[in-house]
Design a protein around this ligand. Structure first.
Ligand code: SAM
Length: 203
């Protein structure tokens, strides 16, 4: 595998030294998208929140900062991501931040637990996205919100050729998938250069 391909494959499932470097990089370079997207959600004090595909854990910090007395859960399929997210949140780990290894396909949380679920730059890698959306809906409280944050990529873009296992979705497709999964009040926001946030609510 070429070096570039190997580097970007660490976006989908960070592993080893290169995975750790990619997680460090993503914690910084996803800040503008994440801060903009989270700003579209009216995050309240005391919320219980979940970030799926939490990577290196910066979104967990950003969520916690926006909710006084809030609690944040993170889940990621990669062992390397879980280790990094725990390290980055070491001061509050297992107190206000809880990180688990696992997949969006089968979330290890009870029904109706969360006020907010977020997914930043990760839905491209979820197998059976429709099934995963049902899982998200299951773990949300009635009235709970789901926020998908992505940098828009075209289906024929260089990214899907370089990043193994990546599927590109347009913001319109993601909104339609949320509608089909039974989310209500779905909304789509765009920001230059290529950011998109898609919101939905559990009825
Ligand atoms: C591009 S990184 C984004 C990480 C982080 N959200 C951020 O914004 O920096 C994608 C992350 O999604 C995780 N991931 C991929 N497939 C997943 C799945 N099925 N369930 C949970 N996490 C997954 C990867 O391990 C990786 O940490």
């Amino acid at each position: 595998m070429g070096l570039l391909k190997k580097l970007f494959t660490n976006c989908a499932h960070p592993k080893g030294r290169m995975g750790r470097a990619m997680l460090q990089f993503m914690n910084c370079c996803h800040a503008p998208l994440t801060n903009w997207g989270l700003g579209l959600v009216n995050i309240q004090d005391g919320w219980t929140m979940l970030d799926i595909g939490c990577g290196g854990g910066a979104t967990l910090q950003r969520l916690l900062k926006r909710s006084k007395n809030g609690v944040v859960y993170g889940i990621d399929i990669s062992e390397e991501s879980v280790a990094k997210a725990k390290k980055v949140n070491a001061d509050v780990i297992d107190k206000k931040v809880f990180v688990t290894q696992g997949s969006a396909e089968k979330l290890p949380y009870e029904d109706g637990k969360f006020d907010l679920v977020t997914a930043v730059e990760t839905v491209y890698f979820w197998p059976n996205l429709s099934g995963c959306l049902q899982e998200v809906r299951r773990v949300l409280k009635p009235g709970g919100k789901f926020a998908i944050l992505v940098e828009v990529v075209d289906s024929d873009s260089k990214w899907t050729n370089v990043v193994e296992g990546m599927t590109a979705y347009s913001p319109e497709q993601l909104q339609q998938l949320l509608d089909e999964a039974g989310f209500i009040h779905t909304e789509m926001y765009r920001k230059k250069p290529s950011y998109a946030t898609i919101l939905g609510m559990r009825p």
